[in-house]
Ligand binder design. Structure first.
Ligand code: SF4
Ligand code: SF4
Length: 203
């Protein structure tokens, strides 16, 4: 389990580097204080992409509280902070441990017509940066680097195909990830400390 979590974290780290680079080069960046995509009802994700979040919650004994949140607003991701600053909902309360879809959306590409790439982003960004968007569409099809959604899903698929194919409403996937991690760590065999053998016992 820990090995899978570390592998996913490494993929996330690489992805974050790539999206950051693309964002800088393209000029496409999220609007200040925007979290409209997180507020969308009925978001879907797979269980695997939330194992790092589940691990963080279980390790810090925050998972019970997270599970309690599931009943309060089942339509929205439980990580969406409910507090508001100057009338704006604060954003992701677990940004560091957000899922794959959360990292990809906005600054990645999808394959259209087999080989052609299209920037996978929201209408807000397209409207805010029409020139940058148009130019990016051309540049990514002429060799500019951009993370490709299907490539990243393939990468996680090879870590655990069953959990990667387990798609649900985002909160259900988070719940399943917490259950998997909590179950694993509550049943993990405790390693006995190695007994140092004294020279007398060695015959
Ligand atoms: S991807 Fe678009 S909707 Fe989502 S936070 Fe960024 S600007 Fe807002
Ligand atoms: S995990 Fe965070 S970034 Fe992803 S949908 Fe939920 S609130 Fe948004």
């Amino acid at each position: 389990m820990l090995d899978k979590i570390r592998k996913i974290e490494r993929i996330f780290k690489q992805l974050d580097k790539e999206t950051e680079k693309f964002s800088k080069q393209s000029g496409l960046t999220c609007l200040t204080n925007c979290n409209l995509c997180c507020m969308k009802k009925g978001l879907e994700a797979n269980v695997l992409e939330f194992l790092p979040l589940a691990y963080y919650l279980v390790k810090n004994s925050l998972h019970e509280a997270a599970l309690d949140l599931l009943d309060t607003d089942p339509e929205h991701c439980i990580n969406l902070a409910k507090t508001q600053i100057q009338g704006v909902t604060e954003g992701c309360s677990n940004y560091e441990h957000r899922g794959l879809i959360c990292r990809l959306f906005g600054n990645s590409a999808v394959k259209v017509k087999n080989t052609k790439l299209a920037v996978y982003t929201c209408a807000l960004m397209k409207n805010e940066y029409p020139e940058e968007f148009k130019l990016s569409m051309e540049r990514i099809n002429n060799g500019m680097n951009i993370p490709v959604v299907s490539d990243y899903y393939y990468q996680v698929y090879f870590i655990d195909s069953q959990l990667a194919n387990d798609y649900n409403p985002i909160n259900v996937s988070i719940q399943k990830a917490i259950e998997q991690v909590a179950y694993y760590f509550s049943n993990k065999p405790v390693r006995k400390p190695k007994v140092k053998r004294s020279p007398q016992t060695e015959e």
